[in-house]
Design a protein around this ligand. Structure first.
Ligand code: ADP
Length: 460
């Protein structure tokens, strides 16, 4: 006999649990379902958190090397097993923290299992102890996305980001050489961390630009700042991958030329694809390979069925999922009407390379593509006190304003503190602040955020 509940979330990651907690606090009976049996989804399992644990260790190594000229630092000893142990510890302690949070909450249950949709108000959950059936008033589909492995012969011999970043990962010893197939953010970030740790990395990119789809001006500023141990080859079509006695061989074509790249290991970073739960199609919920179609209220074609996070393919980032989840929760409480809507445009994105590149809103290139005029203001880290203190003066920031109102509509940052600065810039964009307002704010000294006010004042 089915159990009747208010809300069921398919998945327990960033697209699911913020809504689950918010609704449970308002006396809704909520069930979260996830085959992992823990909260946080892929972000904590093999994504943002563990990769940044490795990143910050690698960043420390780069600073350590640079401080050699001040009589400190020099070539550090790198024990990758310890770096992995640190990463694993961060993951474990966060799982513990989430477990305690869940144990403290009423009206909410997490079930280890796989959910599928039976009809618009019935969900079955396959668990180790058998199937369970729920009659639900609202559903949040938040089944996330997974590594996409293209069907190239030998792809199964390659590593994926999961082999690097999950708990107790496959890779515990650094290779001397690594080939990365794919020059998107996961490939370039990993190339950057590994290069900092002393690995020689070759990135094979299909197109003519690393980080395709991102602002070319931002990418052009980033690329010369990347570790020289990273070599990038463009317009590469990988044919097959082979395992030999001395390592791996990637066979590729570059125009009319056929070549091969030899390395100890190969990482495939060819993107991610939404994970669609079973039963969607039968409910006529529109979903393609980019994800489930949603409106600004996060509703699918059924107003009581929401799709939040990576599964809708809009902004595949954890923090976007969190905000979407809360939008869905607000709309569920309002009776499945659009009481709250998602701003998909002003979500900050950071590529956590060393140094990082980050952007938000509409940049100059995006504006030009849409025939929109912008006014640009810039600031270089060469003149920034904090950047000088760290000796990290490469890069800078760009802000883009609407011509007449001077309302901030976008920006990007390359270099020191990029991931933090884009937060302030994004908040200003999301709230329609103008150059005058940014100029009138006493940005802290000696911090890189001074660059924001500095750039804004250059227009007045
Ligand atoms: P997001 O940040 O978009 O929520 P995540 O990938 O972090 O995405 O989390 C999605 C979670 O959904 C993953 O932990 C995954 O195991 C889970 N999941 C995928 N398919 C199902 C399913 N059919 N039933 C329940 N959970 C699922």
């Amino acid at each position: 006999k089915p159990e009747t509940i208010d809300v069921l979330t398919i998945g327990a990651g960033g697209g699911a649990y913020p809504a689950a907690f918010w609704l449970a606090k308002r006396a809704q009976r909520v069930v979260m379902v996830d085959p992992k049996g823990v909260m946080s989804g892929n972000c904590l399992a093999e994504g943002c958190v563990p990769s940044k644990a490795v990143r910050e260790m690698a960043r420390h190594v780069t600073r350590h090397r640079r401080f050699e000229s001040y009589g400190m630092g020099g070539e550090p000893t790198i024990d990758y097993r310890k770096i992995i142990a640190h990463k694993d510890n961060v993951q474990r302690s966060r799982y513990l923290q989430h477990g305690e949070e869940l144990a403290r909450s009423r009206n909410i249950e997490l079930i280890k299992g796989r959910a599928s949709l039976q009809d618009p108000h019935t969900v079955t959950v396959e668990t180790d102890a058998g199937d369970r059936r729920y009659t639900v008033r609202h559903i949040i589909v938040a089944s996330g996305a997974d590594v996409f492995v293209p069907s190239i012969p030998g792809a199964e011999l390659c590593l994926t980001s999961s082999d690097l970043y999950r708990l107790n990962p496959t890779v515990k010893v650094l290779p001397q050489t690594l080939t990365v197939i794919g020059g998107g953010y996961i490939g370039v970030e990993t190339a950057s961390f590994y290069a900092a740790l002393g690995v020689h990395v070759t990135v094979l990119q299909r197109g003519r630009q690393l980080l395709s789809g991102m602002d070319p001006d931002m990418v052009a500023m980033l690329v010369p700042l990347l570790d020289p141990r990273i070599r990038v080859m463009f317009e590469i079509d990988v044919d097959r991958i082979e395992q030999g006695v001395h390592g791996m061989t990637v066979h590729y074509r570059q125009g009319d030329f056929s070549g091969k790249e030899l390395s100890d290991q190969v990482l495939i970073a060819a993107g991610r694809r939404p994970v669609l739960p079973e039963g969607l199609a039968a409910l006529d919920i529109e979903a393609g390979h980019t994800g489930i179609a949603v409106n600004g209220a996060l509703q699918t074609s059924h107003p009581h069925i929401y799709a939040c996070g990576d599964v809708n393919g809009r902004v595949p980032l954890f923090h976007a999922a969190v905000r979407e989840s809360l939008v869905a929760a607000h709309n569920i409480m309002a009776g499945d009407v659009a009481a709250d809507t998602m701003d998909f445009t002003n979500v900050p994105t950071t590529v956590f390379t060393l140094p990082a590149a980050a952007y938000v809103g509409m940049t100059r290139t995006a504006a030009a593509q849409r025939g929109v005029a912008v006014v640009e203001a810039g600031y270089e880290f060469l003149e920034d006190s904090r950047a000088q203190i760290f000796g990290e003066t490469g890069g800078g920031l760009r802000l883009f304003f609407e011509p007449r109102s001077l309302r901030l509509i976008g920006g990007w940052v390359v270099g020191i503190d990029a991931g933090n600065l884009i937060g302030e810039i994004g908040l200003a964009c999301a709230n329609g602040l103008t150059a005058q307002q940014l100029a009138a704010f006493a940005d802290q000294h000696p911090m890189t955020s001074e660059g924001i006010g500095h750039a804004a004042r250059s227009l007045l």
